[in-house]
Write a protein that binds this ligand. Sequence first.
Ligand SMILES: NC(=O)c1ccc[n+]([C@@H]2O[C@H](COP(=O)([O-])OP(=O)(O)OC[C@H]3O[C@@H](n4cnc5c(N)ncnc54)[C@H](OP(=O)(O)O)[C@@H]3O)[C@@H](O)[C@H]2O)c1
Length: 334
Amino acid sequence: MSTNPSWIFRSYPSAMPSVENWVLEDRPVPEAADGELLVKTLWLSVDPYMRGRISPAKNYAAGFKLGDLMRGGGIGEVVASESPDFKPGDIVMSDYSGWQPFSAIPAASAKRVTITDAPVQSALSYLGMPGLTAYFALLKTANPKAGETVLISAASGAVGQIAGQIAGIKGLDPVAVAGSDEKLEWCRELGYRTGVNHRSSADLVRDVAAACPKGVDVFIDNTAGPIHDAAMLNLNAFGRVVVVGTIALADRFDQPDIGLRHLRRTLITRARIEGFLLDDHEAEYASAIADLLSWYKAGLLRTREDILEGIETVPHAFIRMLKGENFGKQLVKL
Ligand SMILES: NC(=O)c1ccc[n+]([C@@H]2O[C@H](COP(=O)([O-])OP(=O)(O)OC[C@H]3O[C@@H](n4cnc5c(N)ncnc54)[C@H](OP(=O)(O)O)[C@@H]3O)[C@@H](O)[C@H]2O)c1
């Protein structure tokens, strides 16, 4: 009988990950050790950063080893607590949630989810990591001025859909890059002025130029790859490029992003190109979440989720997101 089916990491992908990189093993329900919580998982988040965690390449955080239980963002209900800070019945979020129905997690990794004005899973989406990434990448790192053109890649995704709407709230001119006409239509409904379909475009440089007739002042680069080149070649003087993610490299993670070299372009534009890591902004999460929640309650933030159900779907959800088959924040409901 299946007691706690758990996804175990079994091989490093050399190209796009496939389900065979994991195996679903029947494991006993764990017990909470001292300082731990036993949590019944309600929601799991699959996120692009996990591509880096299943690679042996050097990264900003340690990756999984072969044989490890997969872990990631999740929300669950505390079933047993070996910590004075939590009690059974608490709803908590943790980045150490196992890809399994019952998970033992360090209490120190858990945050109580107290959201009442939005669905609980929003803590994994617009009121959590993706929403905060959009907020800080745009408002802090890019530091845009009203009226500036902001080009955003993966624009319909978890980060992009929020970044575009924040840009609208702040009086900027948001332009989307997304992978289908349907996604671009949704981006327009959110307030993006226009957009470029990077999968059907025959000439991304030309299409970005047409979509951004005054040039690109800010580029929120969620993807790297050819979209990055098209943005750089349309960048205005003193443009800001925020390197948020490199998902276009999901099928060749450990290899360089082959494309043009933009040093001359950077010199001419005096552009600032800055890498972004959300963790660096932790001290300001509370005020950012307050802003995001107030915009949501005022009807200024609309969001879209893409939900698969059941523990057996978790790697499928992860892979479809890497391939761009998700439409909105990819989640798994247990
Ligand atoms: N640095 C940080 O702290 C931080 C934090 C959170 C997220 N991120 C990054 O932000 C980016 C977006 O994350 P998310 O959670 O919001 O994911 P998402 O946008 O919801 O999903 C990923 C999207 O990437 C696009 N994509 C996939 N392959 C692509 C390719 N070859 N070229 C262009 N686009 C491609 C697809 O959209 P299309 O169909 O539109 O192509 C896909 O839907 C990721 O790169 C992620 O690593 C960074």
